[in-house]
Design a protein around this ligand. Structure first.
Ligand SMILES: *Cc1c(COP(=O)(O)O)cnc(C)c1O
Length: 387
């Protein structure tokens, strides 16, 4: 048996709906994109949802629309997907890394205030792997220092903080529809915001800065006149082909979340007794969406002094599982340890010790919609055998 780390579950409904935009001839940012945005609003409780081409462009557009300038500083966790930091670089602003809390893999909110300078403009909390950041204290700091909050909610589908969906707590929230995420449209992203003016601006900026979308113009009174362009925008438009897939999956949104939570529960039950892995953090104020199932390997020994040894043991374990057909991955990477960032910012792994440990000692097991009980039992059996 072979169990991949992720596998996109597509149903008959997706195969059927994808023909609709093709048949209609309207392929880009049309009725399906609008419907996807409406469904996203009602699922997350956001006032505005704006579909774009990826979470990366969602993050970039958020910072651009908020007016981030060269040399401005943005605080973000050292352990996240590289895209969170890259968008800051794209605006010639400065990345300021903050260490994480190893228990949650999320930014250590108690360490943020020390990083604030007169140039700090924004904080980017990342709700990693579907677990919300502790947002109340973070928002308090943002308010105190007048900072923007751009939530990287790429993994945050179905994740809640004190009853509120992530992505609706900061100035903007950014989601991903890459196949590794719970809703998959191939490529794709969504920005949520409760700010009317900012929403209007981002809608325009995703579409070359046009004051009116092509769909509005073509269906308006004067389709022959081109739109005014108040901004120098981008082309970050989603296609209606992608959006049709999103619309269909949103039709079973609650099931997608509960299936993932059920799979996580099975792992929790089976792996707890081993007392070897740190399992995903659980707390009633933080509803986990389980984009993935991230653990720390040999948690009782995973410390800065033993990081090399545990990393070696983890890799041998991953290799054994791979040979048996079970795919695993490090949870994600520590961005400050990647060549571009370590060289540009002259940082060493130990500067952010928890991110360093997470980079070397984390391990994610297969969790995705459509993972069968038989497959999961095989994964668990293999883990127990190879540990
Ligand atoms: C997946 C991911 C991204 C990037 O999403 P794309 O849609 O591939 O651009 C950004 N941040 C985090 C935390 C992610 O997991």
């Amino acid at each position: 048996m072979k169990v991949p780390i992720a596998r996109t579950k597509l149903t008959e409904k997706e195969f059927n709906i994808i023909k609709k935009p093709l048949e209609s001839g309207w392929l880009v940012q049309g009725p399906y994109t609008k419907k996807f945005e409406e469904k996203w609003n009602s699922f997350t409780g956001a006032k505005h949802s704006i579909a774009v081409t990826s979470c990366t462009t969602a993050l970039h557009l958020s910072l651009f629309a908020l007016g981030l300038k060269p040399k401005d500083e943005v605080i973000l966790p050292a352990f996240t997907w590289i895209a969170t930091a890259n968008v800051v670089e794209h605006l010639n602003a400065k990345v300021v890394f903050c260490d994480i809390d190893l228990k949650t893999f999320n930014i250590d909110v108690t360490k943020i205030e020390d990083k604030i300078t007169s140039r700090t403009k924004a904080i980017m909390p990342v709700h990693l792997f579907g677990l919300s950041v502790d947002m109340d204290p973070l928002l308090q700091i943002a308010k105190k220092y007048n900072l923007f909050v751009v939530e990287d909610a790429a993994c945050g589908f179905g994740s809640k903080y004190k009853g509120r969906h992530v992505g609706t707590l900061g100035d903007t929230g950014c989601f991903s529809f890459h196949p590794r995420k719970a809703i998959a449209t191939g490529e794709g992203g969504m920005i949520t915001t409760n700010d009317d003016e900012l929403a209007e601006k981002m809608r325009s900026m995703r579409d070359h800065g046009a004051a009116m979308s092509d769909f509005q113009r073509h269906h308006g009174a004067k389709p022959y006149l081109l739109a005014e362009h108040p901004y120098a925008g981008f082309n970050y438009r989603m296609t209606d082909i992608q959006a049709s897939l999103g619309v269909t999956q949103m039709g079973r949104a609650a099931d997608i979340v509960s299936e993932r939570q059920e799979l996580a529960k099975n792992y929790n039950k089976a792996l707890k007794e081993l007392d070897f892995f740190q399992l995903p953090y659980k707390n009633e104020n933080f509803i986990h969406g389980y984009q993935s199932y991230p653990c720390v390997f040999d948690i009782h020994n995973s410390s800065l002094s033993k990081v090399n040894l545990i990393n070696e043991k983890r890799n041998i374990f991953m290799d054994a599982l791979q040979k048996e057909g079970v795919s695993t991955r490090p949870a994600t990477h520590a961005v400050h340890m990647l060549k571009y960032y370590r060289e540009k910012y002259q940082v060493s792994p130990e500067d952010f010790p928890n991110a360093f440990i997470a980079n070397e000692c984390s391990i994610s097991f297969p969790l995705f919609n459509g993972l069968t009980n038989k497959e999961q039992r095989f994964v668990i059996k293999s883990i127990k055998k190879d540990i």
